[in-house]
Design a protein around this ligand. Structure first.
Ligand code: C2O
Ligand code: CU
Length: 461
């Protein structure tokens, strides 16, 4: 009960439909986790060059059936590994029947490569994206930002993990190599015959959990420490994760990379588009143990499984979690204040920021590079119980407080998406330093974004 009390009210995607749940639950842990191999880069004059082709693909999700989904290079959850200081060029080739606008979520990238909806790649088209990789190491992801089809394109499978390493981080004794694992997780509705069902309003009926594209997989691990990079690519589903019987793990990183210090945790919230990284020490379990990762929902009694770790062998473990990970320097005193009121309009069905739906012809505000800004994000939907998040492009921010209370140590790092529950508010400090031009800010619950919950900000000198 103590742990369940930590589950937020108004959590979305709560109740798995019973009949549909049967499909995945019939045999959870029947399929091994897929570990994506990094995409191959062409090395050209200091750049790592990739081609990502977006297309419809038939993949196997439900054993014995195929599912028509949308992918990058034919894969669900592909992985790109980048290094700080080594820029990446990606040529996106769009073979989908819909426009696509590729966005690196968490990336500090120039406007022309940011996937602004004005820069959509039409079906049959292609476009070059430049990711400078001058920022600190972190786990990011790549997804569509087109005007009308982002929600469908993301839901149907186009989500790549973009793992940026950096030399300072590499020197830390954290688990590496095969013990450093990306777990891209999301919900979906998949019929027994493999049909991958897209229903924009169906967020309460997506009972299948996919981890790296595999339904409720098992993962054979050694009895030692692993670094797990959790990425929530769901359109609307929040995960509130716990391990085993509420066992302890170590929270080490969030959206913008390493926390200042590790935080021992037993429950972890992962809202849409967020990343959380943990170190789990499987040496605490005897070989032969099976440890479930579950997500809690708002009502007691139901904790559906997301995946399972099967401890199958002993292994050496030279890794450790240092007491200091990466200091986070306070941004200092803000000189600009802004308010973001998030609300739902039952009359129009639109989701609004400061009373307005997105308008591509409107710039909502201008920010001067270098200014430290204090933003208040207020969720006005107490009566509807709808959570919202705010995700500004181009910079990471620091959470100052939530409802007047300082954030816990697990929010002490650099964030790029902050979720605010119904009726609550959060304040953040942000400073844009990199590029001028037009960028987006929006709620990352995809249905809300589709229904208008987005604005534009222009960076000026
Ligand atoms: Cu995940 Cu506008 O972004
Ligand atoms: Cu929202």
């Amino acid at each position: 009960a103590g742990v369940l009390a930590a589950v937020p009210a108004g959590l979305l995607g709560a109740r798995p439909g019973r009949a549909a749940a049967a499909a995945a639950a019939r045999a959870p842990f029947a399929v091994p986790l897929r570990i994506p191999r990094p995409q191959r880069a062409l090395r050209m004059g200091g750049y790592d060059v990739y081609r990502l082709t977006t297309r419809e693909s038939d993949v196997s999700i439900v054993p014995g059936a195929t599912s028509r989904v949308r992918t990058f290079n034919g894969q669900l959850s592909p992985l790109i590994r980048a290094q700080r200081g080594r820029p990446v060029l990606i040529e996106q080739v769009n073979e989908l029947p819909e426009p696509f606008s590729m966005h690196l979520h968490g990336g500090h990238v120039p406007h022309h490569s940011d996937g602004h909806p004005n820069n959509e790649v039409e079906p049959g088209g292609r476009r070059l994206f430049h990711y400078p990789n001058t920022q600190a190491g972190s786990t990011m992801w790549v997804h569509d930002h087109s005007h009308d089809t982002h929600a469908e394109n993301i839901y149907m499978g186009t989500a790549a993990t973009y793992l940026l390493t950096d030399p300072e981080e590499d020197e830390l004794p954290l688990p590496k190599g095969q013990y450093d694992v990306v777990l891209q997780m999301r919900d979906a509705k998949v019929e027994d015959d493999g049909t991958f069902v897209w229903d924009p309003n169906g967020f309460n009926d997506r009972p299948v959990f996919l981890v790296n594209g595999v339904p409720t997989p098992y993962f054979e691990v050694a009895a030692r420490k692993y670094r797990l990079r959790l990425v929530n690519t769901s359109n609307e589903r929040a995960f509130v994760l716990r391990l085993g019987e509420g066992d302890e793990f170590t929270h080490i990183a969030t959206d913008g990379g390493l926390l200042p210090a590790p935080v021992p945790s037993r429950v972890l919230q992962l809202w849409p588009a967020e990343r959380q990284e943990i170190v789990v020490d499987f040496s605490r379990y005897p070989v032969g143990s099976k440890v479930e990762l579950q997500t809690m929902v708002t009502y007691p009694g139901e904790t559906p499984e997301v995946m399972r770790f099967d401890v199958v062998r002993e292994a050496e473990d030279p890794s450790s979690v240092p007491e200091v990970l990466r200091p986070v320097e306070d941004l200092g005193t803000p000189t600009v204040e802004r308010m973001f009121e998030m609300s739902f309009s039952p009359e129009t069905g639109q989701h609004l920021i400061n009373g307005k739906p997105f308008d591509v012809n409107r710039v909502d505000f201008r920010s001067r590079l270098g200014d430290v800004e204090l933003w208040t994000i207020r969720n006005k939907d107490a009566e509807f119980g709808i959570p919202h998040s705010l995700h500004p492009h181009l910079a990471h921010f620091q959470v100052v407080d939530r409802n007047g209370q300082p954030p816990g140590p697990s929010e002490a790092g650099w964030k790029d998406t902050v979720t605010v529950r119904a009726g609550e508010e959060a304040r953040i400090k942000i400073q844009f330093t990199d590029y001028t031009g037009l960028f987006m800010f929006h709620c990352h619950l995809m249905g809300h974004l589709t229904m208008g919950m987005m604005g534009q900000m222009e960076m000026v000198r």
